[in-house]
Structures are given as structure tokens and as C-alpha cells.
Design a protein around this ligand. Structure first.
Ligand code: NAD
Length: 269
């Protein structure tokens, strides 16, 4: 039998609290240890948002941690287990053979006007840049070449697994996570005889990068998954597929297209 160090990250709903309590008991009975500091496996209990929070809590240990999501609400994209399947889940942990499936992440690097050091983040879903009430103007570079001058509400840069989240709501394509690429999607771009952008989502391969240069020194609202960063003095933000990947414990695996169909189409007659 395999014994694992397990961390649990749960949201605050009564259903999740009950599942958390039950999981603690089952894990201890099976001989696993709860280790919130240096776990082998991180189990999130809640929804996709909870898994995103767990990712950001442990994203400095991605080389040796695997994640696993239990959902207590609607079927999620990162959550394969239901809260009434905890016994089966703990049995899978006991039979663990280090099964894993990994997905690409987005490296976000913020450069400031008057600072030497860039600020780095990793996104599991996406990063967006928007500007308060007025039109955002930004020069978009692919590799180091100016591609277009964007005017509009903002841009979203997403990972393949994030392509079904905010990216999809702004008209981006759904990208299979076996494709190591990032997606740039426009948010309400201005397109007329004076201003012009490509007007469609762009898929950029790994080893290429997208830089968004913000010409005006004003406040921009940047998001990295559910984290909000509101800062002035940003010169540019560079995005590329990260060298790190997120790993999930793959005791069970729902095929990506089945997940997409379940979430967005439902049962067919
Ligand atoms: P949350 O947990 O309430 O998530 C919002 C919704 O997005 C939920 O229905 C969740 O299941 C879904 N979601 C999250 N990741 C997904 C994915 N990879 N594929 C498909 N659906 C996914 O909210 P939160 O904790 O703030 O989560 C932040 C995420 O919510 C962001 O990364 C963003 O992608 C998403 N979001 C989407 C919209 C939109 O579609 N208009 C708006 C804001 C945030």
C-alpha cells in the first residue's frame, strides 16, 4: 500500500466543509498523513476556482506535487471526483503508482518603467489586461516584431486548459491541452476604417512569445487566473508557455472532448 503526504484546500461551503472533514478521517484511517507544507498530492474540494487557488498556493512546488480536484457543485474542468466518491478516491491513493497527466501553464512576466526586476507569475487558466473606463491602447509584439496596435477593452492570453474558461466567453477557440501553445484573444477590439486588429483569436506555439507594450503610464487591471493586480508604471507584459507544467494525479481521466461536450452541450438525444 502506498502512503502519501496529502494537503487539502477547500472552499467555505457547508458541502465542502463536510467533505473536508470526511476526507481527513478517511485519509488518516488509511495511513496517509496530512501535510499542508510539503505534500505529494494536493486535493482541492469545491469547484474549478478552488483548484485554481490550490494551484497558486503550491505553484512553487510543481516539480513534485500532483493535484486532484473533488467537486461539490457542478462538474468542473479540473475536478474529476464527486464528494460522494471519497472512499473510492482514498482507495486510489492507496494504490498510487505515481500516475500523472500534465498540462501547459502560462508564464507571465511584468516589466515596469522604473524597476530593474520583472515580476513573474504562472497562470493555469489565463491572464487578462484591461483598462478602467477608457479604451486600452497597446502594441502587440509576436517574438520581437510588432504585429498590431490594439484598441479596445483588453486582451486575454490563455493556456489550453484555460481555453474553455474566460477565453471561450470572449470568442476564443477551444484548444486541446496536448497542444503546447498559448492563445491571444481580443476583448471588444475597435475595428473600423481607422483602427484595425486581426479580429480573431491567435494561437502562438511554445518557444514564441507575445509582448503587450502599454504606451501610456496609467493604471491597468491585470488578472492572473482569479488574482487581480492593479498597477501603474507597467511598461510591458510578456507571455509565453512556461517551462513548468501542472501535474494531475490521473487515477481516472475524463477525455478532454467528453468534458467539453458535458460542460457546454449536454446529453444528445
Ligand atoms: P469561479 O470559480 O466562480 O469560476 C467561474 C466559472 O468559470 C465557473 O463556472 C468555473 O467552473 C469556470 N471555469 C474556471 N476554470 C475553467 C476552465 N478551465 N474551463 C471551463 N470553465 C472554467 O471563479 P474564480 O474563482 O474567480 O475563477 C477564476 C476563473 O473564472 C478565471 O480564470 C476565468 O477563466 C473564469 N472567469 C470567467 C468569466 C467569463 O467567462 N466571463 C469571467 C470571470 C472569470
Amino acid at each position: 500500500m502506498t502512503v502519501l503526504k496529502v494537503a487539502i484546500v477547500s472552499n467555505q461551503t457547508p458541502k465542502s466543509a463536510a467533505a473536508n472533514e470526511r476526507l481527513h478521517i478517511l485519509l488518516k484511517e488509511a495511513g496517509h498523513t496530512i501535510d499542508q507544507k510539503d505534500p505529494d498530492i494536493v486535493i482541492s474540494i469545491g469547484g474549478d476556482g478552488t483548484l485554481l487557488s490550490a494551484f497558486h498556493l503550491y505553484n512553487h512546488k510543481l516539480d513534485h506535487i500532483r493535484f486532484l480536484g473533488v467537486h461539490t457543485g457542478h462538474l468542473g474542468f479540473y475536478t474529476d471526483w464527486r464528494d460522494y466518491e471519497l472512499e473510492e478516491l482514498v482507495e486510489s491513493l492507496c494504490r498510487d503508482e505515481k500516475q500523472r497527466i500534465s498540462y501547459p501553464l502560462l508564464d507571465v512576466s511584468i516589466r515596469y518603467h522604473h524597476e530593474k526586476e520583472d515580476r513573474h507569475f504562472l497562470a493555469l487558466n489565463e491572464s487578462t489586461i484591461k483598462r478602467g473606463n477608457s479604451t486600452m491602447v497597446a502594441d502587440i509584439y509576436i517574438k520581437d516584431d510588432l504585429f498590431e496596435r490594439f484598441r479596445g477593452d483588453g486582451v486575454s492570453l490563455s493556456t489550453p486548459t484555460g481555453s474553455t474558461a474566460y477565453n471561450k466567453s470572449v470568442g476564443g477557440a477551444v484548444l486541446h491541452p496536448s497542444i503546447n501553445a498559448l492563445q491571444l484573444s481580443e476583448i471588444a477590439s475597435l475595428n473600423n476604417r481607422v483602427y484595425r486588429t486581426l479580429g480573431s483569436p491567435l494561437i502562438v506555439p511554445e518557444k514564441e512569445w507575445v509582448t503587450i507594450k502599454l504606451p501610456e503610464t496609467t493604471d491597468y487591471a491585470i488578472t492572473v487566473d482569479q488574482i487581480s493586480i492593479r498597477e501603474e508604471q507597467i511598461d510591458s507584459i510578456c507571455y509565453q508557455i512556461a517551462k513548468e507544467r501542472i501535474q494531475f494525479a490521473s487515477y481516472r481521466h475524463t477525455h478532454f472532448w467528453d468534458r467539453v461536450r458535458d460542460a457546454f452541450i449536454g446529453e444528445l438525444e
